[in-house]
Design a protein around this ligand. Structure first.
Ligand code: PHE
Ligand code: NA
Length: 454
C-alpha cells in the first residue's frame, strides 16, 4: 500500500505541495475575514486566542489530516475508510470524510459570493470607478452591489466557472503554476500596502488594536469564533488539505511542511490586519464594520494613494487569485471522490458538482437583498451558513480527525507516515492531538452551550 500513487496525480516536489496547500490556506479567510472578525471581537485578545488555536489545535490537526490523506492516496471519504481498514477499524469512520465534503460544499456557496464581490472590485478598480472615493461613497457603492442580485449572480457564476475550469484540468495543470506566481506576488503587495498604512497616520492605533491585550473584549463567543477561524483559515476539517496531502511525495516530512504552511497563512492574516486597521482609524471608520470592511475601507485608502488605482487593481486581482486557489481546494475533494466512486471523467464530475454548488450559492447571494428578512437564530442565510460551517462543522470534524489519528490509528502507522525527524516531536504531536486539541475544542463548545442555556 505504501508505494501507491494517487490516480489523480501528484505534486512535482515538496515545495509545490507547500505552495499549493498555502494557496488553499491563504484566501478570503486571511484578507477579508480575519481583519473583520478581529474588528468585531475587539482586537488584541482575540488575536492572541486565535494564535493559540493555530498552534495548539490547527497545526497538529493539519498533520493528522495530511497523514491520513497521504497514507491512502485517495479522496477524503475513501482515504479515511481505507486508513481505518488498514488499522482494523470500522468503515463508518468515513463519516469524517462526508462531514468534510459537506462542509466544503456549504462553504463554497458563500465563499463564491464574496469572491464575486472581489471580481466586481477588480473591474471597478480597473475602470477607475473608485478613484478618490470617500468613505461614504465607498460604503454606498458596496451596499448597492449587495442590493443588486443580478450583478452578484454574474460574478458568482464567473467565479464558479473559473474554479470548475481548473479542477476539470486535474491536479498537475494550471493550478501549480498560478500558485507559484501569485502567492509571492500577493505577499509583496501586502507588504507594499503595509508600507502605505505605516504612513497613514493611524498605524500606532491599528497596531495597538491588533496586538494590545484587552481582556474585557474576550467573550466565549469570541473564543469560539477564533477557534472556528483557525480551522477555516488553514482549510481544515473539510478534506481540502487531506486531498492535497494525498498528492504529496512519499518521503517528505509532514511536520516541517505543515509548520511552513501555518506560518505563511498566519503572516498573511496579520499583515492584512496591519494593512487595513491603520487605514480604518486614520479615516475615522469603524473597525467593527463586519464583512464590508475590506470592500469599503481599502478602496478609500487606494483612492487617496498615489498610483492607488493601479495598486488597488492589483490588490483585488490578487485577492481574487487567493480566493480562486482556495476555492479550487474546496471543489477538489468532492470531485476526486466522484471520479473514484462513479468512474466519471474529471471534467464531467467537476461540472456537475460545480452546478450544484452554484445553485446553493444563489441562496447566500439573495440573503443580501430579496431574502434579507429571512433569519434563523438572528442570522441571515449567509451569516448562518458561515456560522454553521466555521463555528460548528469544522471544529466538530477537526475533533473527529484528532480522535481518529491520535487515538484510533496505531502509533506505528502515524509515526511512519508523519516521518518526523525526532521522536520528541512525535511525542509532542501525540500529546497535543490526543489531549490538548480535543480538550480545547470540547471546552469551548461546552462553555458556549452552557452560556446559551444558563
Ligand atoms: N483557507 C481558506 C481561506 O482562508 C478557506 C478555505 C477553507 C479553503 C477550506 C479551502 C478549504 O480563505
Ligand atoms: Na487562510
Amino acid at each position: 500500500m505504501q508505494s501507491k500513487q494517487s490516480i489523480h496525480g501528484s505534486w512535482g516536489s515538496r515545495w509545490i505541495f507547500i505552495l499549493a496547500a498555502t494557496g488553499s490556506a491563504v484566501g478570503l479567510g486571511n484578507i477579508w475575514k480575519f481583519p473583520y472578525i478581529t474588528g468585531e471581537n475587539g482586537g488584541g485578545a482575540f488575536v492572541l486566542v486565535y494564535l493559540f488555536c493555530i498552534m495548539l489545535v490547527g497545526i497538529p490537526i493539519m498533520m493528522g489530516e495530511i497523514l491520513v490523506g497521504r497514507r491512502a492516496r485517495q479522496s477524503p471519504i475513501n482515504a479515511v475508510r481505507e486508513t481505518a481498514a488498514e488499522a482494523g477499524l470500522n468503515r463508518n469512520w468515513s463519516l469524517i470524510g462526508w462531514l468534510g465534503v459537506l462542509a466544503g460544499y456549504i462553504i463554497f456557496s458563500f465563499y463564491s459570493v464574496v469572491a464575486g464581490w472581489v471580481l466586481d472590485y477588480i473591474a471597478a478598480m480597473g475602470t477607475g470607478q473608485l478613484v478618490n472615493i470617500g468613505s461614504n461613497e465607498a460604503g454606498e457603492r458596496f451596499n448597492s452591489l449587495l442590493a443588486n442580485p443580478v450583478q452578484m449572480l454574474i460574478w458568482h457564476t464567473l467565479f464558479v466557472l473559473m474554479v470548475v475550469g481548473v479542477v476539470a484540468g486535474g491536479v498537475n495543470k494550471g493550478l501549480e503554476r498560478a500558485t507559484k506566481i501569485m502567492m509571492p506576488a500577493l505577499f509583496v503587495l501586502l507588504v507594499v500596502l503595509l508600507g502605505y498604512s505605516v504612513n497613514s497616520g493611524g498605524f500606532q492605533q491599528g497596531w495597538d488594536f491588533l496586538f494590545g491585550f484587552n481582556v474585557e473584549a474576550l467573550t466565549w463567543d469570541a473564543v469560539l469564533v477564533a477557534l472556528g477561524h483557525a480551522f477555516f483559515t488553514l482549510s481544515l476539517g473539510m478534506g481540502a488539505i487531506m486531498a492535497y496531502g494525498s498528492y504529496m511525495g512519499k518521503k517528505d516530512s509532514i511536520g516541517a511542511t505543515v509548520l511552513t504552511i501555518g506560518v505563511l497563512d498566519t503572516l498573511v492574516a496579520l499583515v492584512a490586519g496591519l494593512a487595513i486597521f491603520p487605514v480604518v482609524f486614520a479615516n475615522q471608520m469603524d473597525p467593527g464594520a463586519g464583512p464590508g470592511l475590506m470592500f469599503v475601507t481599502l478602496p478609500v485608502a487606494f483612492g487617496q494613494m498615489p498610483g492607488g488605482q493601479v495598486f488597488g487593481f492589483l490588490f483585488f486581482l490578487l485577492v481574487g487569485v487567493a480566493a480562486w486557489t482556495s476555492a479550487i481546494s474546496l471543489l477538489e475533494p468532492a470531485t476526486a471522490w466522484v471520479v473514484e466512486r462513479f468512474g466519471l471523467k474529471r471534467p464531467v464530475a467537476a461540472l456537475v458538482l460545480g452546478a450544484i454548488i452554484w445553485l446553493m450559492g444563489i441562496a447566500s447571494l439573495l440573503s443580501f437583498n430579496y431574502w434579507a428578512e429571512i433569519k434563523l437564530f438572528g442570522m441571515g442565510i449567509f451569516d448562518l451558513l458561515d456560522f454553521t460551517t466555521a463555528s460548528i462543522m469544522l471544529p466538530l470534524s477537526g475533533l473527529m480527525i484528532a480522535f481518529f489519528s491520535g487515538w484510533k490509528l496505531q502509533q506505528k502507522i502515524t509515526r511512519d507516515e508523519l516521518a518526523l525527524k525526532s521522536d520528541l516531536v512525535y511525542s509532542a504531536w501525540l500529546l497535543v492531538i490526543r489531549f490538548v486539541a480535543p480538550v480545547a475544542v470540547l471546552v469551548i463548545f461546552i462553555a458556549k452551550l452552557y452560556e446559551k442555556l444558563a
